[in-house]
Design a protein around this ligand. Structure first.
Ligand SMILES: Nc1ncnc2c1ncn2[C@@H]1O[C@H](COP(=O)(O)OP(=O)(O)O)[C@@H](O)[C@H]1O
Ligand SMILES: [Mg+2]
Length: 344
């Protein structure tokens, strides 16, 4: 009896050490996993490895020059219509085994907007903007990378799908809000000067201008209405018609009351701060109602109140908003990791 219990004690000591070591290893691995999962705040992976004038989409392994009229006419096959706005009809199409999106001008009336959009797409190629595949201006056609999830309007339906359910988290949603604000930073500091995102008179319209990538990031897609704010100039106007509603910034509304008929000539211009006004509404949509989104709203309360200042000059820059979003993201990530660690 005594011998057998002594042998048990001898065996027990290394067994305890092995168990402790295994537990320690498991913890280390879990920490490494958590760090990599939550560190992932880099912009979308698409394109950008190609020089200007070249593209790479889908399963392509090397960069190819943007397609021109002859190639677009001969080699791009339209499959079905996937979207339609005021300016373009968009078709899922096929080019050399790759899925692409073909945008076709829907009315000569919008030719100028279309050409403006094409020139913006050409000059703004970056991680924040959809990849351009080719252009044929004389046919009123351009080709871009195809994103199967479509516009940001599909967010709720997408996150409700079984395969995305696990990703319906505050992390995914706050990162989308960060993508939106990061695009505004990019737009307001673009090489040719600040530009205003004009095609954004309501929430639906604004969201329809962005694509949702398969890795749940936002990409700017429709660049048809990005007027430039001339330094020291009169500002810009988003269209020639009267704007109404609470989604647009107060300076975009007719300032002379209902008794004075609207006149485009008398309507004062404004600048990129009209985009800042819209951030809280877009972010509210993107954050939705998941565990953690209330806490994020609370952390963003102050910066959002500043975005809604009546005087555009008192609103923060997109860059300032992004810094706050980033620090909230980091803080949330840290406390979330701590909670998981405490649970171990
Ligand atoms: N590359 C694309 N991949 C997938 N869907 C797209 C793509 N481009 C456009 N779409 C769809 O077509 C819609 C209209 O495109 P958009 O460029 O906004 O046209 P418009 O200038 O007429 O508003 C988008 O909201 C989106 O649903
Ligand atoms: Mg559009």
């Amino acid at each position: 009896m005594g011998r057998s219990s002594g042998r048990g004690a001898k065996c027990g000591v290394p067994a305890v050490f092995i168990c402790l070591a295994a537990l320690l290893c498991a913890n280390v691995l879990l920490y490494i996993y958590l760090e990599t999962v939550y560190q992932d705040s880099a912009p979308p992976s698409a394109h950008t490895n190609c020089h200007t004038g070249y593209f790479k989409v889908g399963t392509m392994s090397s960069c190819t020059p943007w397609l021109q009229c002859t190639e677009i006419r001969a080699d791009v096959r339209r499959l079905r219509m996937i979207g339609q706005g005021a300016v373009k009809k968009v078709y899922l199409s096929e080019w050399q085994g790759q899925k692409v999106a073909v945008s076709v001008l829907s009315s000569e009336h919008y030719k100028d907007d279309f050409l403006h959009g094409v020139s913006m797409l050409r000059s703004m190629q970056s991680v924040r903007v959809v990849t351009l595949v080719g252009v044929c201006e004389e046919d009123g056609v351009f080709v871009t990378e195809y994103h199967p999830l479509g516009s940001a309007l599909t967010l709720e339906a997408t996150l409700a799908q079984d395969r995305y359910l696990r990703l319906n988290s505050w992390q995914t949603r706050l990162r989308l809000a960060l993508d939106f604000v990061a695009f505004l930073v990019f737009l307001h500091n673009s090489p040719g000067g600040a530009r205003v995102m004009c095609d954004s008179n309501d929430l639906h319209k604004t969201l329809s201008q962005f694509l949702l990538t398969s890795d749940l990031r936002l990409l700017a897609n429709d660049l048809d209405a990005l007027p430039r704010v001339e330094p020291g100039g009169q500002g810009v106007k988003c269209g020639h018609n009267q704007l109404t509603g609470e989604f647009v910034a107060p300076e975009q509304l007719w300032p002379y009351g209902e008794d004075v008929p609207f006149s485009d000539d008398r309507m004062p211009g404004y600048d990129e701060k009209s985009d800042i006004w819209k951030i809280p509404d877009v972010t509210r949509f993107l954050l939705g109602h998941v565990s953690g989104s209330d806490v994020i709203h609370f952390h963003l309360f102050q910066i959002h109140a500043q975005c809604k200042k009546q005087d555009p000059r008192q609103r923060p820059s997109a860059h300032e908003v992004m810094s706050v979003y980033r620090s909230v993201y980091d803080r949330m990530k840290e406390s979330h990791t701590e909670i998981v660690r405490d649970m171990l």
